[in-house]
Design a binder for this molecule. Structure first.
Ligand code: FAD
Length: 474
């Protein structure tokens, strides 16, 4: 029997039927008959029109278990959502319970063991702030309002990625309620196959309630951005690509073609302007107080790019806790369509292909094309890592546009696909799950042997296929 054949099939459950679940949990339940329904079902990505049977906001792991047992009893499916950054591939969620983990918000820092245990509803910005008080950092991504759970379950590419690898490879314990309702701890020594599967297999196995991961004694970093007028895109893109060829693993950076909308909340120098941007971070500390002397080395490393003469140059020593500011990700929910893939190479022809579609002479509805430099430790399979223990390729490309209307969504989807098709000749064998914001065949996300292992774990831990995820395995 395949996973798809074993999926529960159910008629939509009447809102009143959730009263039985309400009596069993401390958290809240919102159904289509409630005034708060539209707020409760809303994802961070405002283009996602999520229509589950109910939204449950558990306040404990016991609530999560009760919810999953209820789903099993009624033949419903369940999907966990911290923020809804990756809501795009989920679809409309018919016959499903959306489990909103926001209230699972504890953060326990162990500054001696250099670990932090966080509830699965926690956002990166909150972890970063809690750790900064101890002079510690975690491997957060570019946006502070991304959820810890989705990011870690998919991989996690941070500004320290090339020096410290994928964030998921630093996870030590995952507390999860399996699809069948078992409360489990997964680690190297407990439910080790589940531990392997969760680290990269996304949310396919259960609903994670807490995650413990390693943190690092780092206060400062050499980071910032260089902004050039979009007209200089060709020169800057080429210089950046050249710079990345034999670059030290301490530097993790991104080249971007950025067209900012004329939003009143943007500062005037950015509002409605277009740029070629290089942003990134160079690690200058290794927990040994070596920061000050290594900042001169970092400046020397950046010198070839600085020599281009940016219009705006913010690179310098800064608190690592402020890295969430450098990429200028949207500060809150937006409607958007995006998609991304990894590239093995970025030859001249690939640069030309991207510039033809989004360079200064192109008319495009895209807000940004980001090309992150990966490789380094991100390419080295982590010892005892999970299903995603490294990233293939040398670059991670992501194209995105703002989609306030259905027409805009059509235009952006088509522009995004055009970019991905234009660079297809250099595409890596597998993509990075967290950057695939549309449905993707599992064979595109995992190697054949990894996928077989993930599917076997799915059959053991979620035999009824109760759990829906952004990237299912079937
Ligand atoms: C603006 C922006 C910036 C980004 N920057 C980066 C970056 O720098 N580096 C990077 O690697 N990625 C980045 N991403 C991608 C990001 O890692 C993914 O979108 C990630 O899935 C978001 O996690 P979330 O929990 O916020 O999202 P959600 O949409 O809430 O969750 C995504 C999926 O994860 C699973 N999931 C979430 N919570 C649970 C849980 N408790 N139990 C089980 N499964 C769960 C579910 O399958 C869910 O569909 C960015 C995305 C955006 C939109």
């Amino acid at each position: 029997m395949t996973i798809a054949e074993s999926s529960p099939v159910a008629a939509p459950l009447a809102p009143e039927a959730f009263a039985a679940l309400a009596a069993r949990i401390d958290g809240t339940i919102t159904t289509p008959i409630d005034a708060e329904w539209d707020t409760a079902r809303q994802a961070w990505n405002l283009s996602a029109d999520q229509r589950p049977d109910a939204v449950v906001a558990p306040s404990s792991a016991a609530d999560v278990r009760a919810t999953l047992l209820f789903a099993n009893e009624h033949g419903l499916r369940a999907v966990a959502q911290g923020t809804g950054h990756l809501a795009g591939p989920l679809g409309d969620l018919a016959d499903s319970i959306l489990v909103r983990t926001t209230a699972l918000s504890s953060i326990e820092v162990d500054a001696t063991a250099l670990t932090v245990r966080v509830g699965s509803g926690v956002l990166w910005g909150d972890v970063t702030a809690a750790l900064a008080e101890h002079g510690l950092i975690a491997l957060a991504g570019s946006a502070p309002d991304v959820g810890v759970a989705g990011y870690l379950l998919g991989g996690g590419v941070s500004w320290f990625g090339r020096s410290l690898g994928l964030a998921t490879s630093h996870v030590t314990t995952i507390e999860v309620v399996s699809g069948g309702g078992r409360m489990l701890r997964a680690s190297a020594t407990e439910e080790s196959e589940l531990f392997y599967a969760l680290r990269g297999g996304g949310g396919n196995y259960g609903i994670v309630t807490a995650i413990t991961f390693r943190v690092f004694a780092v206060r400062d970093v050499y980071a910032g951005m260089l902004m050039f007028p979009l007209e200089r895109a060709e020169e800057v893109f080429s210089a950046w690509e050249l710079w990345t060829r034999d670059l030290d693993d301490s530097a993790t950076s991104c080249f971007r073609l950025l067209r900012l909308p004329p939003l009143p909340e943007l500062p005037e120098f950015l509002r409605g302007q277009s740029f070629a941007v290089i942003d990134g971070a160079i690690a200058i500390e290794q927990g040994d107080g070596s920061g000050p002397e290594r900042s001169a080395e970092a400046a020397a490393l950046l010198a070839p790019l600085r020599a281009l003469g940016a219009a705006i140059d913010t690179f310098g020593v800064m608190p690592a806790s402020r890295l969430g500011e450098i990429h200028m990700d949207p500060p809150g929910p937006v409607p958007g369509v995006g998609d991304g893939i990894t590239l093995d190479e970025l030859p001249r022809a690939a640069i030309d292909a991207v510039l033809e579609l989004a360079g200064p002479d192109a008319a495009t509805p895209l807000l940004a094309i980001d090309i992150r430099h990966v490789g380094g430790q991100l390419a080295v399979p982590a010892a005892d890592g999970g299903a995603v223990n490294s990233l293939p390729g040398r670059y991670l490309l992501y194209a995105v546009g703002i989609t306030p209307t259905a027409e805009a969504a059509v235009a952006v989807r088509s522009a995004t696909q055009a970019v991905l098709e234009a660079v297809a000749p250099w595409r890596s064998a597998t993509d990075y799950i967290n950057f695939r914001e549309v449905s993707a065949a599992p064979e595109r996300l995992y190697r054949t042997d990894t996928l077989a292992r993930l599917r076997a774990a799915k059959r053991s831990y979620d035999p009824n296929n109760t759990i829906r995820s952004a990237h299912p395995l079937d």
